[in-house]
Design a protein around this ligand. Structure first.
Ligand code: NDP
Ligand code: DGY
Length: 330
């Protein structure tokens, strides 16, 4: 009736190996592999993960996984996959107690977040948002020697709170600007992280006193909560710039506001705040020397796509009880 047939799809799948079609030399049967190239399946995984995330936008995103949520989920919950490297929104002790596994997305967002940290630092210290505004509102008149002056990185001391993956990537990007000295704090000295920048491990108070730029890139823990407070800001130089791309709760925002209004410090740039989003009538938003971004550290298309794929793969591995590509050690 016909000369030959080729099938990539059958009913059922898989087709039983004793099916009569397999006996025919004129019939070639493939195991449903039409889209099976590595590139295509990766792109499909990324798209499916992005669709899933779009569906979750505004619902699960940003929600704390606390005891109440865990209780509601019950014993069926075996795996949590977070689209973030930060895990401060997860009740880790409770999660560990219940034997739940956690997947997260370290490393792949380091470059994007460090890039944004440097962009924010430059925008703040060279007063870019203010300058753009002056161009639009007619404040730009004749060239004046001290108008819109800021502070440069050349010859400066940069203090990094938390010289982890992102902290190091920030230092690596700032070094070519002519930074003279790097200081850092953490729970203990990390010579293996510091050697590339000849960074000196110092107490937090000394970092505040000696830095021209403070960049916060630590994780939020009980130890780091609120460490950038009145005492910290009062030790900073009046000419210093404060940047936070870690978590809002590392900073006491009331104390930061006072430090900025009183001229205790020169300026601040925040990618993270408490709460998020920051209410549009928040006092910090009224200050010219404070630049606030809406938590966009890792927001490049490539990074968010890679994060989505990793988060989806973590989740799938957790469901299959296999080893995850990036599992948080609890
Ligand atoms: P890492 O785990 O590599 O680094 C975290 C750093 O925090 C470590 O160097 C650690 O130092 C430090 N730290 C912990 N406790 C203290 C302390 N008491 N004082 C000072 N430093 C401390 O994580 P990443 O670099 O990958 O990410 C860091 C954080 O950045 C994330 O947890 C997340 O909150 C935030 N983030 C924000 C993004 C954004 O969009 N703005 C995007 C991505 C991440 P030590 O080991 O010595 O304790
Ligand atoms: C992270 O990865 O921790 C980012 O802040 C996104 O939440």
């Amino acid at each position: 009736q016909i000369a030959a047939a080729g099938l990539d799809v059958t009913e059922p799948e898989p087709l039983p190996t004793d099916h009569p079609l397999f006996k025919l030399k004129t019939c070639v049967i493939l195991p449903h592999i039409a889209s099976a190239t590595v590139a295509t399946r990766n792109a499909m995984a990324a798209l499916a993960a992005s669709n899933l995330l779009a569906g979750l936008q505004g619902k699960a995103m940003g929600k704390e996984i606390d005891k109440e949520v865990l209780d509601a989920a019950g014993s069926n919950l075996k795996t949590i996959s977070t689209l973030s490297v930060g895990v401060d929104h997860l009740a880790l002790e409770e999660i560990k107690k219940r034997g739940i596994r956690v997947g997260y997305t370290p490393d792949i967002l380091t470059d994007a977040t460090a890039e944004l940290s440097v962009a924010l630092l430059l925008a703040v210290c060279r007063r870019l948002p203010e300058s753009v505004e002056e161009v639009k509102n007619g404040g730009w008149t004749t060239w004046k020697p001290l108008w819109m002056c800021g502070y440069g990185l050349s010859g400066s001391t940069v203090g990094i709170i938390g010289l982890g993956r992102i902290g190091q990537a920030v230092a690596r990007r700032l070094k070519p600007f002519g930074v003279k000295k790097f200081l850092y704090t953490g729970s203990r000295p990390k010579p293996e992280n510091a050697v590339e920048f000849q960074a000196e491990f110092v107490p937090l108070a000394k970092l505040a006193e000696e830095s021209d730029f403070v960049v916060v890139t630590c994780s939020l823990t009980p130890d780091t909560k609120g460490v950038c407070n009145k005492d910290f800001f009062s030790r900073m130089k009046k000419t210093s710039v404060f940047i936070n791309t870690s978590r809002g709760a590392v900073v006491n925002q009331e104390d930061l506001y006072q430090a900025l209004v009183s001229g205790q410090i020169a300026a601040a740039g925040l990618d993270v705040t408490t709460p998020e989003p920051l209410p549009t009538d928040h006092p910090l938003l009224s200050l010219k020397n404070c630049v606030i971004l809406p938590h966009i550290g890792s927001a490049t298309y490539a990074t968010r796509s890679a994060m989505s794929v990793l988060a989806a793969n973590n989740l799938l591995a957790g469901l299959k009880e296999e080893s995850m590509p990036s599992e948080l050690q609890l």
